[in-house]
Design a protein around this ligand. Structure first.
Ligand SMILES: [Zn+2]
Length: 134
């Protein structure tokens, strides 16, 4: 399975993560048919934002509401690891509850994408997916 993302959207996500470093940035991925067409930057409401992230529930609520009223559905989320590789932490896995969601992680050496699956090879929760820029 490949994860497809619009070039402009990926550029916006990279810029958001760079602007918020050294804190972790986070946001939502919106699109259709497995292709991310836009993103929404969300406030990181974690207590320790240098090492963790928690998407502002208000952003999730707004995205759900937008999708119900004809907007783009949510396909997943992104967050950054400003000084670590783009590999999911155990805490990331514990929080990855939405099966089928794609997690885009921007690490210190670039980004990688993972899909949330039952019994995945990574922490029992994720599998790696390739990224195609469209
Ligand atoms: Zn993480």
């Amino acid at each position: 399975m490949m994860f497809r993302i619009a070039r402009q959207t990926l550029a916006e996500i990279r810029a958001d993560c760079a602007a918020r470093a050294p804190e972790e940035a986070c946001g939502l991925l919106l699109g259709r048919d497995g292709a991310v067409e836009s993103s929404v930057a969300a406030e990181n409401v974690a207590d320790e934002r240098l090492r963790h992230f928690e998407i502002d529930p208000a952003a999730l609520f707004a995205a759900h509401r937008g999708a119900r009223s004809g907007g783009l559905p949510m396909l997943g989320c992104y967050h950054s690891h400003p000084d670590a590789p783009a590999f999911p932490s155990r805490l990331d896995a514990e929080r990855a509850l939405d099966a089928g969601w794609v997690w885009l992680i921007l690490g210190q050496h670039g980004e990688k994408a993972y899909r949330v699956v039952a019994n995945g090879p990574i922490h029992g929760r994720f599998e790696t997916v390739g990224i195609t820029i469209i």
